[in-house]
Design a protein around this ligand. Structure first.
Ligand code: SF4
Ligand code: SF4
Length: 361
């Protein structure tokens, strides 16, 4: 199988806002070969980030029309293209690799792909995520942690965020699925990749995920909180997806944990603060925190227990520690000078694309 068509496809997907960079070993090409036949790769080169009719895409490809139109639909059904059903018929577009194309293959990845993916994520984080002005991901604090704060934006609260966005769908988490294929223990829930609206529709139609009622979704979110999973969405006020991340399995946490100041590498509106006078030194918050942001101050309580503090440089504002604290010593504080969160994933993609063009990436 020739690499030429796959190299072109890698470059084409890399031209999408979130990128798909070259790796040293060619792991990114090996993944594409597993996901796309040569014919599909050739056709995908003519699909853009703009939703279009299959006929318009095929016209550019020069391929035989009825067969290529059918192939485009097959590619959408297997997770290689995004399909939007409109009253005027289906429209197709090329997605980002993460989040998008890769997650849509969650049910077909295996150990080999899981190993290749580590290298792809390393390249993505070094070349696309690190120090980028507009972040691709945003922490959404768990609802209970920000209750009662008048200045909290509704797009920072999970339950407000998902209200009215049915259909809802849930699929297996790609990162915990990778870990299982690698033979590693996965103790936290796996079915935790949530989508809403048009994207949920796509997941349900193609069997990537299953539909949830609003009640089932709320129940699932509570289970995620119990399992210390950090809610993370596309960096948009109206996201269409939500991951539930943890320190042991998730690629994004593997990336964040490389930094002394992980808070600077992801969009988060909050940080946690401990009121030392109320801290009884139980240490419960430290085991909840997925990014090791909570450490002893060196001071002791009257009973000789450690008093804890939160590092503002490490805290990603998930709020998981707040509910854990038996003495109500932890509060969530809104950060100053926050960059404006893009309205939609499309707006975020446009902003990232402009920044990449300015950097000539
Ligand atoms: S200290 Fe840890 S658990 Fe608490 S909000 Fe910050 S990142 Fe989340
Ligand atoms: S959970 Fe609360 S009381 Fe316990 S160590 Fe953390 S801040 Fe202190």
């Amino acid at each position: 199988m020739s690499d030429e068509i796959y190299n072109k496809l890698r470059d084409h997907i890399d031209s999408m806002p979130a990128g798909y960079p070259r790796t040293e070993s060619g792991a990114e090409i090996k993944i594409l070969k597993r996901f796309f036949t040569e014919e599909e790769a050739a056709l995908a080169l003519h699909v853009t980030a703009k939703p279009e009719r299959a006929e318009a895409i095929v016209a550019r490809s020069g391929m035989d029309e009825p067969a290529a139109v059918k192939k485009i639909e097959e590619m959408a059904a297997k997770g290689n293209l995004f399909r939007i059903l409109t009253p005027a018929g289906p429209r197709y577009m090329l997605p980002n690799f993460v989040m998008g194309l890769y997650e849509w293959h969650v049910k077909s990845i295996d150990k080999e792909i899981a190993v290749f993916a580590d290298e792809v994520y390393d390249a993505l984080s070094d070349q696309h995520w690190k120090d980028r002005e507009t972040k691709q991901f945003r922490i959404v604090p768990v609802n209970k942690s920000v209750d009662g704060r008048s200045h909290v934006n509704s797009y920072d609260m999970i339950l407000d965020l998902i209200k009215g966005k049915a259909p809802y769908a849930v699929a297996p988490c790609i990162c915990r699925t990778e870990q299982m294929h690698k033979g590693n223990d996965v103790e936290r829930p796996v079915e935790t990749c949530f989508t809403f609206g048009l994207v949920a529709q796509y997941y349900i139609q193609n069997g990537i995920g299953r539909e949830l009622t609003g009640e089932q979704l709320v129940q699932k979110l509570a289970e995620c909180e119990e399992a210390s999973l950090v809610p993370l969405s596309t960096n948009a006020k109206n996201p269409v997806n939500m991951c539930m991340c943890d320190r042991d399995s998730c690629q994004l946490f593997r990336y964040l944990r490389k930094f002394d100041k992980p808070a600077a590498q992801i969009h988060s509106s909050f940080y946690a603060e401990i009121n030392a006078a109320s801290c009884i030194g139980c240490g419960k918050c430290t085991s909840k925190c997925q990014i090791d942001a909570i450490t002893p101050t060196g001071e002791k309580t009257a009973k000789g227990k450690n008093i804890y503090t939160v590092s503002k440089d490490r805290c990603i504002g998930c709020g998981l520690c707040v509910k854990t604290c038996p003495s109500g010593a932890i509060g969530m504080m809104l950060k100053d000078n926050l960059p404006e969160v893009p309205e939609t994933a499309a707006d975020m993609n446009i902003r990232i694309a402009k920044e990449r063009a300015a950097l000539n990436v």
